[in-house]
Design a protein around this ligand. Structure first.
Ligand SMILES: [Zn+2]
Length: 233
């Protein structure tokens, strides 16, 4: 009866085509969210394979991090940008989870995660989270946690100041805009640990810098950073 099921499946997808969230083509059976073509051809930075990569360099002289990496490049018209937009603005949370799983597998097999104890998604301010309904970085972290087995903490770092959206600000404004906007709410959860901060897109690194400086106030903490995409300036 499998052929009957397949026939029904094909019929349903004719009526309600499932499309790739990255490129818009029809998904075929066994594909979900992202087509195989996109899965294979999304450009990987491979930054996790070398320590002095451009994302790590972004923090040189600004704050002390152990290591940093990003999965892909955030550029106008890029597939990763389409995916992140669908995640954040259309609320397709599964995309975050899936991207976390994809990147998590590479990070795990490369040894990048050795020594890491805990994942912390960059927190949204409670009122922004209420507006959006969710924090995209939490979904990315959940996917990462799923494939790596690393625990995830969403309450230990909180965002206390609501900043304007970063989209239309100049680089200088963005830089000065995020000082002291986070607070460690549960120092006991991170004391003595090597924490991995998880973000969706890194642009100037100023938000992360603010997270790191707060986390480093807790004794014996080490911090590393990853994001799904790096917006090359
Ligand atoms: Zn595609």
């Amino acid at each position: 009866m499998n052929w009957l099921y397949d026939l029904w499946d094909d019929f349903i997808s004719l009526l309600f085509p499932r499309l790739c969230y990255a490129c818009g083509i029809h998904l075929v059976r066994n594909e979900s969210l992202i087509c195989t073509g996109c899965y294979v051809s999304i450009p990987r930075t491979d930054y996790h394979l070398y320590a002095d990569n451009p994302v790590a360099q972004l923090f040189w002289g600004r704050c002390l991090i152990e290591k940093a990496a990003a999965f892909s490049y955030y550029a106008r018209g890029s597939r990763i940008r389409n995916l992140i937009h669908k995640l954040k603005y259309s609320g397709i949370k599964e995309i975050g989870y899936e991207l976390g799983r994809i990147y998590g597998s590479s990070l795990k097999s490369s040894g990048f995660l050795s020594g890491i104890d805990l994942l912390i998604p960059v927190p949204l301010h409670p009122s922004r989270k209420r507006m959006r309904g969710f924090n995209q970085s939490e979904y990315i972290s959940a996917g990462l946690s799923d494939v790596t087995g690393l625990p995830l903490s969403t309450g230990s770092l909180v965002r206390t100041v609501l900043t304007a959206t970063q989209t239309n600000r100049s680089r200088y404004e963005r830089w000065t805009n995020v000082e002291g906007i986070f607070r460690v709410a549960e120092p006991g959860q991170i004391r003595g640990k090597h924490v991995l901060i998880v973000d969706d897109v890194i642009t100037t690194g100023s938000t992360i810098e603010s997270c790191v400086s707060e986390l480093l106030k807790v004794e014996d903490v080490k911090v590393s950073v990853i994001a799904i995409a790096y917006a090359v300036q």
